[in-house]
Design a protein around this ligand. Structure first.
Ligand code: MG
Length: 280
């Protein structure tokens, strides 16, 4: 039997020899990943599963893939047409990031797998990986814009704390202008108007591309009448000339308008209520 003293000496020796005593630069521990599924029958699980078709479509369908390619081919034509002009200011194109140039469907697939709804800490674990793939056609389009002498600005509602990982992800994929001066993240408000105005102060904006109409104009936040479809009608001319919309059924203002904010139980209730009130 080992005596208490022998045991202490042994432990001291082990600690002294432990590689952990070596001073090394270690990165901060990653945020905890929520790996456990939501409780069976919970509102979160039910709400999460409502998104199954949308996530399947976005992450696997040839239709989604082609709509992106089609959208970016259209964007190229529009950019070329809008580049001509007598304005002496340098030209710029503004793109959103999520579901516009970076594909986050793996995050959504993972959330469905765990029957979880969106969670900011969980989302940051994903963006910290800086491993999102480029949306189909995005890279070729932005390379084309650059070759035409057009500066690229990325206006995103990723949080400023996600700056380093976002820049890394974009740079690793070869996106042009992927630096601090051209990637404008969210610092408080989700309204992109001010950031668009900043770009507009020094550049002639020839085109915007996004997966949400709010990537073009904040007035699309108001969906009180006919889910905002009338707002699009009033802006048809400028939308047609200066904006290309990409598909994203997985999340967005369209859904927020039905589900509202607050606990999952309330969102679930409002979604059910919408279906109940729209029977034929
Ligand atoms: Mg987006």
């Amino acid at each position: 039997m080992m005596t208490r003293t022998q045991l202490l000496i042994g432990l001291t020796f082990l600690v002294a020899c432990s590689p952990q005593r070596t001073v090394v630069e270690t990165p901060a521990p990653p945020a905890p990943v929520v790996t456990t599924p939501a409780p069976v029958g919970s509102d979160e699980a039910a709400l999460s599963q409502m998104g199954v078709d949308a996530v399947l479509w976005q992450s696997t369908s040839a239709e989604a893939d082609w709509i992106y390619r089609q959208g970016y081919a259209f964007a190229k034509q529009k950019l070329d047409a809008n580049m001509s002009g007598s304005d002496a200011r340098p030209t710029a194109v503004i793109v959103d990031i999520d579901e516009t140039v970076l594909d986050n469907s793996p995050y959504q697939v993972n959330a469905i797998q765990r029957e979880r709804t969106f969670d900011q800490a969980d989302w940051k674990v994903w963006t910290d990986k800086a491993s999102a793939k480029a949306c189909p056609g995005a890279l070729e389009f932005l390379e084309h814009a650059k070759s035409k002498g057009c500066t690229v600005f990325y206006i995103t509602n990723r949080d400023v704390r996600e700056r380093a990982s976002t820049l890394k992800n974009l740079t690793d994929l070869g996106f042009p202008f992927a630096d601090e001066a051209h990637v404008l993240l969210m610092d408080g408000a989700s309204d992109k108007t001010e950031r668009r105005a900043m770009v507009g102060a020094t550049h002639r904006i020839v085109l915007l591309v996004g997966d949400q109409l709010r990537d073009f104009d904040e007035r699309f936040k108001d969906r009180s009448a006919d889910y905002g479809r009338g707002v699009a009608a009033t802006m048809a001319d400028s939308l047609s000339k200066y904006f290309v919309l990409l598909p994203n059924p997985m999340y967005g203002t369209y859904r927020d308008v039905i589900q509202g904010k607050g606990p999952d139980a309330e969102k679930r209730q409002r979604t059910k209520a919408w279906f109940k009130s729209n029977t034929y």
